[in-house]
Ligand binder design. Structure first.
Ligand code: ACO
Length: 333
């Protein structure tokens, strides 16, 4: 049995922070950020907004779009690197709020490639007959060191959700591939607060915050190399040429990375979707928010081949070929 994406929901917090409005604690400029990243603004969670609350909003939209009773869900799989709390899983808060009383709820952590990794698992479950709500969410602005200009300017908040089920009516997942290289785990992540480096008053006093640490240039190099190669591999496995790809939907990290990946994969710029200028890097949410934005703008049409590709901490990366049999209903206001 085939599995397909049957509906899409996305939510970004209403509050926008432009480059000019970045905190004065950051020694940066709009010009530097635009030139190096293409980012112009980001959506930022308000004080009351959390990973669960934004996930619930995106999930309600995905369910409403296809008028699905939440009791039909077998699984809720939520991918995030910024959970509501360490335990229990953020997906449990979503399950309760939706009234998905028969669903099993679980979190997965895969960095910016996490949504594609999670979707790859959900695809197999849907092929076996189950209906899965797959959510990618980050509230990254609450995990940033706002004095570190090399990370603080890059990220935004948001959530995207898709219902995946056993059907041909939607976007069919034709081929999916992902990979990890844990030898690079120290390059990008949040090293403090877990069992290796538990938070103690001494650590905090020493400036070791529970925030993102990153070696930007190393990430950049591997992101371009691994996303480009994985996209080529997926096209080769699926026996499809770059000219037959209607849209590439890349993880929205940085315009320079997006341009370099497209070049590496032999895809012309006009077929590569980007809205990184408006939303910045929303981690595991970025590909779903991009898909929702494309659908609401009428860019996704029946018969199209979509190639999606992502890279993030771990390192982990993945790519998928999607076939649009029918454009799934989407809500992204
Ligand atoms: N504003 C002004 N100056 C800055 C800023 C900033 N926000 N950040 C760094 N700089 C400075 C540096 O301190 C350095 O100054 P120096 O020359 O005096 O030492 C100078 O700019 C150049 O720094 P580089 O790190 O060489 O800048 P680079 O061109 O590599 O751009 C960037 C940095 C944008 C982080 C880039 O490396 C990058 O995009 N890396 C990928 C990071 C990423 O996308 N991570 C997200 C998670 S993973 C993913 O989603 C793929």
């Amino acid at each position: 049995m085939n599995s397909s994406i049957l509906s899409v929901g996305a939510y970004v917090p209403p509050q926008i922070m432009t480059n000019q409005e970045l905190p004065a604690s950051l020694d940066t400029s709009d010009e530097w950020i635009r030139t190096r990243t293409g980012i112009e603004q980001r959506h930022v969670a308000g004080p009351e907004e959390t990973t669960a609350s934004v996930s619930i909003k995106a999930s309600e939209r995905a369910l409403k779009a296809m008028a699905l009773d939440p009791r039909e869900l077998d699984w809720i799989m939520l991918c995030t690197d910024t959970p509501e709390m360490w335990s229990p899983a953020t997906a449990c808060f979503v399950q309760d709020a939706l009234g998905a009383q028969y669903a099993s709820a679980i979190d997965l952590t895969g960095g910016c490639a996490g949504f594609l990794q999670t979707l790859q698992i959900a695809d197999k479950m849907a092929q076996a007959g189950e209906t899965v709500l797959v959510i990618g969410t980050e509230v990254l602005t609450k995990s940033l060191d706002w004095t570190d200009r090399s990370t603080a300017v890059l990220f935004g908040d948001g959530s995207g959700a898709v219902v995946v089920g056993p059907s041909n009516e939607g976007i069919r997942i034709v081929h999916a591939k992902s990979q990890s290289d844990g030898s690079q785990a120290d390059i990008l992540g949040k090293p403090y607060g877990g069992t290796r480096n538990p938070i103690t008053p001494e650590l905090v006093a020493d400036g070791h915050l529970h925030t993102i640490h990153m070696e930007g240039q190393k990430v950049f190099k591997r992101a371009v190399q691994d996303m480009g190669s994985m996209a080529l591999q997926v096209m080769q496995d699926a026996q499809i040429n770059a000219q037959d790809i209607d849209w590439v939907i890349p993880h929205q990290a940085n315009q320079r990375i997006i341009d370099a990946v497209a070049h590496h994969a032999g895809i012309v710029k006009e077929r590569v979707f980007s809205h990184v200028a408006k939303y910045a890097n929303t981690g595991s949410a970025s590909i779903v928010i991009a898909l929702a934005d494309m659908i609401r703008n009428g860019l996704v049409k029946p018969g199209q081949n979509l190639l999606t590709v992502a890279f993030g901490s771990g390192f982990s990366w993945g790519s998928q070929l999607w076939k649009v049999n029918q454009v799934p209903p989407a809500i992204f206001e």
